[in-house]
Design a protein around this ligand. Structure first.
Ligand SMILES: NC(=O)c1ccc[n+]([C@@H]2O[C@H](COP(=O)([O-])OP(=O)(O)OC[C@H]3O[C@@H](n4cnc5c(N)ncnc54)[C@H](O)[C@@H]3O)[C@@H](O)[C@H]2O)c1
Ligand SMILES: O=C(O)C[C@H](O)C(=O)O
Ligand SMILES: [Mn+2]
Length: 545
């Protein structure tokens, strides 16, 4: 029999006041709880009332995290009941505040594994100890060099791994006992953290190069050895490492980078939704990506793939893209190009005014894009003048200001609707309320990878995929078509978060089917739908007596 403390302090087993009398007897809990036995419903109602009494979003998050630390079943039951309200609290944007305050507010490691670049010999031990015998099927790892658009947050960034995993369970139904958040503490270049005696990570600058890649390699090796059936999700790595790491492992194991591929997927799905509304062809679009980093180039690659599938040659397809970064429009001779940027550069000879194309305004004026994507981390950069200029040359401009959190968005949905007289087809990185303009209510899609990665990941795990390839990514991007009624005035380009569970399920089935169709499953599975249904965890108490 387990000790009293090991049950009440185990969030995967704990039921608190819902332990039945029989369980209290058999588990040695008699007299350790008040005598009235509550149902999960009663606990959820009571907890929601407490949640509502919290004065602000960060306090609400702290309350929910305490519940999460104590009792995962109750936490996810509550999240199931209130997913639209809880998403911005447990995930983006409030997760950004909690990351900034992580070291100061720390009370519980939340069953994460903490790997230190200074202790490479204990990488495997860290994973093993944190898993504590659990059958891990999903790992979300971050080194937190590029947390959302807020830069380097060192060990504090573990909260993004915890938050992404919460969304996985709420959206797709992965068993919370089968997930593992991982922090790789490679140091930090955040001067505020380094100067803070309360900072809980390594107090030294970030390590790069061979020493860093050696730890990553040890991590991947140990992760695959300990959890051979798991999917490995990379989150918020820096621009110089994200693509390199993905390229190194993507053909060998079941893995994906959420900022590159998850974001590419949601943006392509959003563009397809927008084109469904405008009844235009993707082959007629000109794409400007503003902020040509991890997400910007991930998006460009996913859209490029779509153009090729629509029949364009590689060369023709690339001509549809204009990548803009700090230097302005990226040309083949622009200094300091990243590996991901190089294939998307333009030739100076294409333009009479190439030397002037150093700002977004000049690029929009010259190119007349039909699609403008913001992944720049620069707030307010989609100005009224730029947006009006774009709208003057295309009937339904597609404009996605995606930088997170809220304070970094390139524009607000309300401004974009106003400046384009209701013509813009919009998705935003964080949740945006409806916009009422001249008698129409515009619903704004959330262009956040949270719409995609839970279904993608769950489908890959359920189908026991060996790898994730372009075929499956493409199938997933098309999965959301038809969920939104695009004939309604003011329709959103993506489905609402209120339908997150339903479309994550659909997405998982499509992904699993694609894996099976390509015979990429590690073990024999015949029915994708059944495999997804069999994996689904429901927040209900299981009998422990
Ligand atoms: N909505 C989503 O699902 C989603 C997904 C991923 C990333 N994002 C957001 O996108 C942003 C970028 O994330 P990332 O992971 O690509 O980061 P990143 O650091 O890899 O890329 C940011 C890019 O913006 C460029 N940039 C900085 N200042 C600029 C300026 N003044 N003009 C033009 N470009 C400039 C940088 O040089 C860099 O290339 C973040 O705010 C992040 O939250 C959103
Ligand atoms: O975390 C998010 O909200 C989306 C995305 O992964 C990001 O880095 O901004
Ligand atoms: Mn991210």
């Amino acid at each position: 029999m387990k000790s009293t403390a090991s049950i009440l302090n185990n969030p995967f087993l704990n039921k608190g006041t819902a332990f039945t009398q029989a369980e209290r007897q058999s588990l040695g809990l008699v007299g350790t709880l008040p005598s009235h036995v509550q149902t999960l419903d009663e606990q959820a109602t009571q907890a929601y009332t407490q949640f509502q009494s919290k004065p602000n979003d960060l306090e609400k998050r702290i309350f929910l995290m305490n519940l999460f630390n104590e009792n995962r079943t109750l936490f996810f039951r509550l999240m199931d009941d209130h997913v639209v309200e809880f998403m911005p609290i447990v995930y983006d944007p409030t997760v950004a505040d909690s990351i900034e305050e992580y070291s100061h507010l720390f009370t519980d490691p939340q069953n994460a594994a903490f790997i230190s670049v200074d202790d490479p010999d204990n990488v495997e031990a860290a994973l093993k100890n944190a898993a504590d015998g659990r059958d891990i099927r999903l790992v979300v790892v971050t080194d937190a060099e590029g947390i959302l658009g807020m830069g380097d947050w060192g060990v504090n960034g573990v909260d993004i791994a915890v938050g992404k995993l919460m969304v996985y369970t709420a959206a797709a139904g992965i068993d919370p006992a089968q997930v593992l958040p991982v922090s790789i503490d490679a140091g930090t270049n955040n001067a505020t953290l380094l100067a803070d005696p309360l900072y809980l990570g390594n107090h030294h600058k970030r390590v790069y190069g061979d020493q860093y890649y050696d730890v990553i390699d040890r991590f991947v090796t140990a992760e695959q050895k300990l959890f051979p059936e798991s999917l490995l999700h990379w989150e918020d790595f820096g621009r110089s490492n994200a693509q390199v790491i993905l390229d190194k492992y993507k053909d060998k194991i079941a893995t994906f980078n959420d900022d590159i591929q998850g974001t590419g997927m949601v943006v392509l799905a959003g563009i397809l939704g927008a084109l469904n509304i405008s009844k235009e062809d993707i082959k007629d679009q000109k794409f400007v990506t503003f902020g040509a980093g991890t997400a910007g180039m991930g998006i460009a690659n996913q859209v490029l793939d779509e153009l090729k599938r629509a029949g364009l040659s590689e060369d023709e397809a690339r001509k549809h893209f204009y990548a803009v970064d700090k230097q302005g429009l990226l040309f083949s001779d622009t200094p300091d190009l990243t590996a991901a940027q190089k294939p998307f550069t333009r030739d100076r000879a294409e333009f009479d005014n190439a030397d002037e194309l150093t700002t977004l305004a000049a690029v929009v004026k010259t190119i007349h894009p039909t699609v403008l994507i913001g992944t720049s981390t620069q707030p307010g950069t989609f100005t009224e003048a730029i947006v009006k200029d774009m709208a003057a040359h295309t009937e339904r401009p597609i404009i996605f200001p995606l930088s997170n959190p809220t304070k970094l968005a390139e524009a607000t949905a309300a401004d974009l609707i106003k400046w384009t007289d209701g013509k813009a087809l919009i998705a935003t990185g964080i949740p945006a309320g409806d916009v009422d303009y001249k008698g129409t209510t515009y619903h704004i899609g959330q262009g956040n990878n949270a719409l995609m990665y839970p279904g993608l990941g769950f489908g890959l795990i359920a189908a026991k995929a060996k790898v994730l390839n372009g075929e499956t990514l493409s199938a997933a991007c098309h999965a959301l078509g038809g969920i939104v009624d695009t004939t309604k005035p003011g329709a959103a380009v993506l489905p609402p978060v209120s339908q997150l569970t339903a479309f994550s399920q659909k997405l998982a089935e499509i992904v699993a089917q694609s894996v099976l169709d390509q015979k990429l499953n590690k073990e024999p599975i015949t029915d994708a739908k059944q495999a997804v249904a069999d994996m689904k965890w429901i927040p209900e108490y299981k009998s422990l007596d």
